[in-house]
Design a protein. Structure first.
Length: 478
């Protein structure tokens, strides 16, 4: 087997395991979410939503952009990994200490007294998570997604089951959701230590920290600003609206994120290491990148547009009628979510090609547009989300222009690669809406719509002779 075929096969299997990981984890999380949404109130999810920004932001600071930097480097020594490990733990302890002291301030800002003790417990996950970051880097660099899949699935299944048991048998509400996070990160870190061969066996070489920072400083700043802007709605809704409103928004965002994050995380987790290996061959690198863009379009458009078509049915069937107020939020977030995987791919190719500053610039533009829209459109939650959608579309257009300049991937070629999948998905949307006129039970209607829509999309691509589908089936046969 040639080097090209070997990389192609390894990429496929890595993509397959990464997809299984993301889909499996999100599927289990979805099932647990269904049960907890039926058992708990919007207020319980609102309390957790208020703390989301602190947990995500802290993990971004601890990771410090080192994952991307270490994966991109051709060689990393054990002493460099040891230094990174110690640095992550020390930083996590420092951040937890700051958050522990700040807990009363957080509670007072959101006017939720429960947050003081809840936050101090939940933020322990930050320290626990830091213990497995190095192993995660090593396994990602080696494309060992099969092992990562096992670790993530075990962690999410066990933590999910424990959460349901804590609610049903011990009567816990939002505390059960906090325990879910603690159990999940604890198991994940423990399993990474058990299954990974890496151990602390040499002295740390802390000189690598400075080198990693020189590459990742822009990535870190980008991650921090992006996280703040991403959860700024939680901050505003939690402060100026009822905690139940934050619960509704948090749930809408959570279920929009499931398909979007599965697609984005699956493709980018494989895209970054594979595109990095092709850094010396710009032609092949661009070909792989274009194929990743087409795969993204193939998956993103039918899933997100299809969910928009069945939004009310999805909510009522899985979450119960008490969550129907999230439908309007859910639809707008789904539209915005269509563009995010493409934005992430653009950031990946720029980082791989050694332009982390442009990565930073694009994220700053995107986040700046979100904040500007929020300044002008903030009278209610729906208006805020319309502003978010406008900012998302505008930032993607800027991404496409910069990708043209840095990779030679022409603007019309980008449109040519994705438009066929969009048009077929829109026809599927029309079919699903026509089926909604059928006077039958909501449960039967929902599953008929999903089946008919998926079948229509697949058969349409087959009839149109989609080369991407042919490649996929050829790889499976091999």
């Amino acid at each position: 087997m040639s080097m090209s075929e070997n990389l192609k096969t390894k990429t496929f299997y890595s993509l397959l395991w990464s997809a299984f990981d993301k889909i499996g984890v999100q599927f289990v999380a979805f099932l647990v979410g269904i049960v907890t949404a039926r058992l708990l109130s919007p207020r319980d999810f609102g309390l957790m939503g208020a703390l989301a920004i602190f947990t995500i932001l802290s993990n971004a600071l601890i990771e410090s952009g080192f994952t991307a930097a270490l994966v991109r480097r051709k060689y990393n020594t054990d002493s460099e990994y040891v230094a990174t490990f110690y640095f992550n733990i020390l930083l996590s302890l420092l951040i937890y200490g700051i958050l522990f002291v700040s807990a009363p301030i957080i509670s007072e800002y959101f006017r939720m007294p429960e947050l003081c003790s809840l936050s101090r417990f939940l933020f322990l996950a930050i320290i626990i998570n830091s213990f497995g970051l190095v192993q995660n880097v090593i396994l990602t660099k080696e494309l060992s997604f099969k092992l990562l899949t096992k670790v993530n699935l075990i962690a999410v299944v066990v933590s999910g089951v424990c959460t349901i048991l804590l609610i049903v048998f011990f009567g816990l509400s939002y505390w059960a959701l906090a325990w879910q996070q603690i159990i999940m990160v604890s198991l994940k870190s423990l399993l990474l230590w058990i299954f990974s061969k890496w151990r602390i066996s040499v002295r740390p070489d802390f000189s690598v920290i400075k080198e990693l920072f020189s590459f990742s400083s822009f990535l870190l700043l980008t991650s921090v600003v992006t996280t703040v802007v991403k959860y700024i709605y939680n901050f505003i809704i939690g402060r100026f609206y009822q905690v139940e409103d934050l619960g509704y928004y948090s749930q809408a965002y959570k279920y929009q994120q499931i398909p979007s994050s599965v697609i984005t995380a699956t493709l980018t987790s494989v895209a970054y290491p594979v595109l990095s290996k092709l850094n010396g061959d710009a032609t092949r690198q661009l070909l792989y990148f274009r194929k990743l863009v087409r795969i993204t379009a193939l998956l993103t458009f039918p899933i997100m547009i299809g969910l928009m078509a069945v939004a009310e049915g999805f909510i009522e069937v899985f979450l119960s009628a008490k969550w129907l107020p999230i439908a309007a939020y859910f639809k707008l977030l789904l539209i915005a979510g269509i563009f995010y995987p493409f934005h992430t791919l653009a950031l990946n190719i720029l980082t791989v090609k050694g332009f982390p500053k442009w990565n930073f610039g694009l994220e700053m533009i995107r986040n700046g547009l979100v904040v500007i829209m929020l300044i002008f459109l903030h009278n209610d939650i729906m208006q805020m989300l319309y502003g978010f959608l406008i900012a998302t579309v505008a930032s993607l257009l800027i991404d496409m222009i910069l990708v043209v300049q840095k990779t030679g991937y022409r603007f019309f070629s980008q449109l040519h690669d994705v438009l066929p999948y969009f048009l077929v998905a829109m026809l599927m949307f029309g079919l699903i809406k026509l089926l909604s006129m059928m006077p039958i039970n909501i449960y039967c209607l929902f599953f008929i719509q999903v089946f008919a829509g998926g079948l229509f999309y697949f058969l349409s691509l087959r009839l149109l002779g989609s080369k991407l589908l042919d490649d996929f089936f050829e790889l499976i046969r091999k």
